[in-house]
Ligand binder design. Structure first.
Ligand code: EPU
Length: 340
């Protein structure tokens, strides 16, 4: 039996730590709960916001509608052989503890994604990625409830239409599917270790590790993230605020003449990905603070709430950053964070 509460403070439900109220709030712990919710008048009449860990979210005002907290839990083994294991994980399970569980069992494929905040359900939504690995590398399928019909739908990896911090769930199916589980296949041996990312190489070297394992890569990633990224339980933030922009090779070469140091990584279709952190730093935002809203001192792509910043203050800082990057480089930054 689900309970719908009124006027709930969302501060503890978003890692930015923004004070905002939900007009209606409920939690679902099973597919039956969700089925019951879909039949309710409040669900039918109000707009909804599905909440996982609240770690990729900026609330700029009170939410006049129904916030649905995902508490679906449980993990089951679907298939296992000598080489691989396939697991189905309920979407409300927190991501990082699951990574640690896999690392402990020496199941490979997601160790580079250690310490990412949020839940399993949010992972395919934005195709989480870090240090050369993306979730789409290990996804078998995603299951979700169609919120219009209550019917369970299955999406193969290809049907998820994964891209850089993108998926079908953020595009044409936005707000239409409640992801209920994610099925991943991980390796039990002959792991495809990914240690190419500069920071991982340097950290493993500093740890005197010459033959990396799943465990040592996870340890290295945790060390890098702890050093560079603010801990959301200590300082409010939602990870990278913007995506790294992709520009034409022509635009990149013209910028290179004016800014010879500009970093860039070739992607498909003759495009170049430029680190947003570099662009923001060049516009002298790194470490800046305005009241309780700020730009992190070690990673300027991360905006922070030192304590009582409002969502509007963070948003206006983000828009000022975007304008200055546009003016200096003619590059438009797109938020990665979901702005409500
Ligand atoms: N840089 C600077 N100044 C800085 C920090 C970075 O100029 O203070 C430049 C450097 O050129 C550096 C480059 O930015 O080489 C890349 O920096 P970093 O390795 O920290 O990665 P990022 O591109 O800023 C992305 C993801 C992160 C992910 C890391 C590691 C996006 C939007 N962000 O950040 O993901 O952890 O790579 O793979 O793609 C997140 O999505 O919330 C997130 C934290």
């Amino acid at each position: 039996m689900i309970a719908i509460q009124k006027n709930i403070d969302l501060k503890s439900f978003n890692t930015f730590g923004i004070q905002a109220k939900a007009q209606y709030f409920t939690s679902v712990a099973s597919r039956d709960d969700l089925g019951e919710l879909i039949q309710s008048d409040i669900f039918k009449n109000e707009k909804h916001l599905i909440l996982g860990g609240g770690s990729n979210l900026l609330l700029t005002k009170d939410f006049s509608g129904l916030v649905i907290q995902n508490k679906l839990n449980g993990t089951s083994t679907i298939e296992e052989n000598d080489n691989t294991i396939t697991l189905r994980i309920a979407s409300g399970e927190p991501w990082h503890p699951f990574v640690l569980y896999c690392v402990q069992h020496n199941w490979g494929g997601i160790e580079n994604l250690s310490l990412i905040p949020g839940t399993m359900g949010a992972a395919p939504m934005q195709n989480i990625g870090a240090y050369g690995v993306e979730l789409c590398d290990v996804v078998e399928k995603v299951e979700g409830i169609d919120l219009a019909t209550g019917v369970l739908r299955t999406f193969t990896n290809a049907e998820c239409e994964f891209g850089y911090r993108e998926s079908v769930f953020k595009k044409e199916l936005k707000g239409k599917i409640f992801i209920s589980s994610v099925t991943l296949t991980l390796t039990k041996k002959n792991h495809l270790l990914n240690t190419e990312y500069g920071a991982i190489k340097d950290t493993l070297h500093a740890m005197h590790i010459t033959s990396p394992t799943i465990q040592s890569i996870s340890d290295a990633v945790i060390a890098i993230r702890r050093k560079k990224l603010p801990d959301p339980t200590a300082i409010g933030n939602a990870g990278s605020f913007f995506k790294n922009p992709v520009i034409t090779a022509e635009h990149y070469h013209s910028l290179k003449k004016i800014f010879p140091e500009i970093p860039g990584y070739s992607t498909e279709n003759q495009l170049v990905k430029v680190p947003a952190a570099w662009l923001i730093e060049q516009c002298e935002w790194k470490g800046k603070r305005f009241g309780d809203a700020g730009v992190h001192a070690h990673q300027p792509l991360v905006l922070v709430n030192y304590n009582n910043a409002s969502g509007e203050e963070i948003f206006s800082l983000a828009m000022n950053i975007r304008t200055s990057v546009q003016q200096k480089f003619e590059i438009e930054l797109t938020p990665e964070v979901n702005i409500i």
